[in-house]
Design a protein around this ligand. Structure first.
Ligand code: ATP
Ligand code: MG
Length: 470
């Protein structure tokens, strides 16, 4: 079913390796936790219920790849995956139930996932039906049949209907001829010969966008969608629109696909997917941990932890798609824990995150690799950007070493912001080129260790200056 679920731990790590340097322990843990979801689903039912997710806390200094691991996992994961900042729940205006919105958002995500899968699976059939409808538009059924049909619906009762004038034999003849022409039209249509013809379609008028704005906070909480409600009260308006056959086909295919999909089934499947393979990445969890002795903001932090607890422990959340049980949702938390420690979290919450993984500080050697190896490595980014100006930039290996060394030193001397330092160092280093290009005289740039030294050496020596620039 799910791509991600099929990946073995080794394969997951290999995927993460494409973007994140080092942090092997963290990669291992998340890959095991991911694979365990897949394993659990294959265990006999009674036992399956007993197997709890391996919730993880990733602990490590700032800028070493915690969020990056989450981001990459989410792209890999074909499972419903959501990343939230735990600290957002401590913001002003927070109300306890907001925590449940994580699960509601996850359910929403799962619904669109399942829906797009289903849509893809009925695509061929929907397109076929759409083509039939296009044929009707291009080549309406003969009058006789239409009025005969109308007669049956009893609409033309008092008017002398046209069909009375046509004998059954004639009607048969008409029908025959019509079918033949329709068949020819169909061949042309399917052969793509009518794509630029115009047809007229009834399209629904978009609902009032105002509805979203005036929808009072809290309605969504009850799992009721105001727009759905209003939609039921005021029937959808339609208007006629002219469009090409090609355009109309897209539109009608969509419409037919919708009719072929049983939304109740979609909701059911989506909910089961959230319950069995949903993943919540709780970033910045350290921001809601605080020493208990303190008063003031910590009260609300502890409050957030208390609100999180049932969701992490397993509760039922009411969503507009139905009840979602959170017992088996996987939670991966992450935090720098500079000020607070994992032990500052309330014990119940600590107990729900049995796996602790520490991410290590990055070394100058790691920086060299981060600059060059990941698929989105900074050196690759700048090379590609300058290439758009037809400028070729090259970094000697020594220059890259020098950049890494400088980033490392500035981290040591000022504040350790991890790999984020590479961004500031690189921009400072390349600023002049980025400003001067395009320029006829600049077609090739070679960055050497000497150049790096000349450009940044002075700034690095001056701690105050590097605080501002790097
Ligand atoms: N191990 C790594 N390998 C490759 N790139 C990395 C690594 N660590 C950090 N980076 C780069 O640094 C940036 C910041 O890292 P990230 O967002 O993961 O920090 P974090 O660990 O979540 O820090 P914070 O605690 O401040 O949230 C990333 O966008 C990525 O480009
Ligand atoms: Mg982060």
């Amino acid at each position: 079913m799910d791509e991600m679920q099929k990946l073995t731990p080794r394969e997951i790590v290999a995927e993460l390796d494409k973007y994140i340097i080092g942090q092997d322990k963290a990669k291992r843990s998340v890959s095991i936790a991911m694979r365990n979801r897949w394993r659990r689903q294959r265990v006999a039912e009674e036992l399956r219920e007993e197997i709890m997710p391996n919730n993880i806390i990733l602990i490590g200094p700032t800028g070493v790849g915690k969020t990056e691991i989450a981001r990459r996992l989410s792209r890999l994961a074909n499972a419903p995956f959501i990343k939230v900042e735990a600290s957002k729940f401590t913001e002003v205006g927070y109300i306890g139930r907001d925590v449940e919105s994580i699960i509601r958002d996850l359910a929403h995500l799962a619904v669109s996932m399942v829906l797009s899968e289903k849509t893809a699976s009925v695509q061929a059939q929907a397109e076929q039906l759409a083509n039939e409808r296009l044929l009707d538009l291009l080549f309406p059924p003969p009058k006789s049949r239409r009025s005969a049909a109308a007669n049956m619906e009893g609409e033309d009762e008092d008017k002398p209907s046209a069909s009375t004038a046509v004998s059954p034999a004639d009607m048969f003849e008409l029908e025959e001829r019509h079918q033949r022409t329709r068949e020819k039209m169909r061949q042309q249509l399917l052969g793509g010969k009518l794509e630029d013809r115009y047809v007229e379609l009834d399209v629904p008028v978009e609902g009032f966008p105002m509805m979203q704005v005036i929808s009072p906070i809290g309605v969504e909480e009850l799992g009721v969608n105001l727009q759905d409600l209003m939609g039921n009260i005021f029937p959808k308006k339609v208007k006629k629109r002219k469009m090409t056959v090609a355009e109309a086909r897209k539109y009608l295919t969509q419409e037919e696909a919708q009719k072929l999909i049983d939304m109740d089934q979609v909701f059911k499947e989506a909910i089961s997917r959230v319950e069995n393979s949903g993943i919540v990445f709780l970033d910045e969890i350290d921001k809601i941990a605080g020493e208990k002795s303190q008063v003031g903001p910590d009260v609300s932090r502890e409050g957030v932890q208390r609100d999180l607890l049932p969701v992490v422990e397993g509760t039922s959340v009411f969503t507009k798609y139905g009840m979602v049980k959170t017992d088996h949702v996987l939670f991966i938390a992450s935090g720098a824990f500079h000020v607070s420690k994992p032990s500052d979290l309330i014990p119940e919450l600590q107990g729900r995150f049995p796996i602790r993984v520490e991410l290590t500080s990055l070394t100058a050697e790691d920086f060299v690799r981060i600059l060059t190896e990941p698929q989105n490595a900074l050196i690759k980014q700048y090379t590609a950007m300058l290439a758009t100006e037809e400028v070729e930039i090259n970094f000697t290996p020594e220059a890259i070493k020098e950049i890494a060394k400088i980033a490392f030193e500035v981290n040591e001397r000022t504040e350790n912001i991890g790999a984020r330092r590479l961004h500031t160092v690189m921009t400072a280093l390349l600023e002049d080129f980025l400003f001067d290009v395009p320029d006829e005289k600049i077609k090739k740039i070679k960055i050497t260790a000497e150049f790096v030294q000349k450009r940044l050496g002075e700034i690095v020596k001056d701690v105050d200056l590097s605080r501002y620039i790097l």
